[in-house]
Design a protein around this ligand. Structure first.
Ligand SMILES: [Zn+2]
Length: 68
């Protein structure tokens, strides 16, 4: 499995976390362990990681795109 890139905002470590179950399916998000920025929720860890890494590569600033 891929690993999430470092946090685009603080450079801290990021990791995938399961966030419980919705409609019978588990969801996952990526969270920075330093500044606690989180990604949206996705159906699989891979999707969450890809979304996180995409944002990282876009070089976005911290915004509504990432929920805290
Ligand atoms: Zn961070």
């Amino acid at each position: 499995m891929k690993k999430p890139d470092k946090c685009p905002f603080c450079g801290g470590r990021a990791r995938v976390e399961p966030i419980g179950r919705y409609d019978g399916g588990e969801k996952f998000k990526v969270r920075c362990v330093e500044c606690l920025t989180v990604s949206y929720s996705y159906d699989s860890p891979e999707e969450a990681i890809e979304a996180w890494n995409r944002r990282h590569n876009d070089g976005c600033s911290q915004s509504k795109d990432l929920q805290r």
